[in-house]
Design a protein around this ligand. Structure first.
Ligand code: GSH
Length: 229
């Protein structure tokens, strides 16, 4: 069976439901692509399909294989931020202007860099503190540097940079969600009321619900799942 994306879809998205990087890719694809543009392949990280390993030796998710007719002509996009950019490139100009306003591009990029760098490091250490030298509180404090920054941004706007959702919100909230889930009681009473509200609105949105639908791990013989709905 050929593994090339079919001509009727824009490509194949390998994803993992609970991965925050995969969430941001699914969020962007849902916002910027027409329904059923992609074939979605849910991956079990402990049992990655050979088709994924063949196209992407580093084998992280998400991975997007953009259709090129034949597999040899297809383009591999194996970083979540690049998948977001690719999806935004497919969108109409009005969406591009909303989600990545020209005058904010640098700031949005820098905030996502910080999320993916120091905040993700603190998040992983907070979540698995028993594997590291310092206490849970120590790593949580390090993560709070970023939470404080987000809280300040939200003082000025409903979303991180403007009154409307931008790429920054989509790229970052799946990671804040993980941070909040380490100790929900602590998060709920933490001194970040705007952040709590922002996260709760995003988590309750139809957009988030739609990308969290559960699928069985992909197998070539199963019926294809198309995405977004
Ligand atoms: N820099 C990558 C990171 C992706 C990543 O690390 N994803 C995790 C899952 S959340 C993964 O695939 N890990 C590989 C594994 O667990 O085998 C991106 O932004 O796409």
């Amino acid at each position: 069976m050929s593994d090339a994306p079919t001509n009727s879809t824009l490509g194949i998205l390998y994803s993992f439901r609970r991965c925050p990087y995969a969430m941001r890719a699914r969020l962007a694809c849902t916002l910027f692509l027409p329904p059923q543009s992609l074939e979605l392949r849910e991956v079990a990280l402990k049992n990655k399909p050979q088709q994924l390993l063949d196209i992407s030796p580093k084998a992280t998710v998400p991975v997007l294989l953009v259709s090129g007719g034949q597999l040899a002509d297809s383009t591999l996009v194996d970083e979540s931020r690049d998948i977001m950019s690719w999806a935004l490139d497919q969108a109409a100009n009005a969406l591009k202007t909303q989600y990545l306003p020209f005058h904010l591009q640098l700031e949005i990029d820098e905030l996502i860099d910080e999320n993916d760098g120091t905040f993700k490091w603190a998040l992983d250490h907070y979540k698995y503190a028993d594997r590291f030298a310092e206490s849970e509180e120590h790593y949580r404090k390090l993560g709070e540097v970023f939470l404080t920054k987000l809280e300040l941004l939200l003082e000025g706007n409903r979303y991180l940079f403007t009154a409307e959702m931008s790429l920054a919100d989509i790229a970052i909230f799946p990671f804040v969600r993980q941070f909040a889930h380490v100790d929900k009681t602590w998060f709920e009473q933490s001194p970040y009321p705007r952040l709590i509200q922002w996260l709760s609105e995003l988590l309750e949105s139809e957009l988030f619900t739609s990308i969290m639908e559960k699928y069985k791990p992909w197998q070539a013989e199963n019926e294809k799942v198309y995405f977004p709905k």
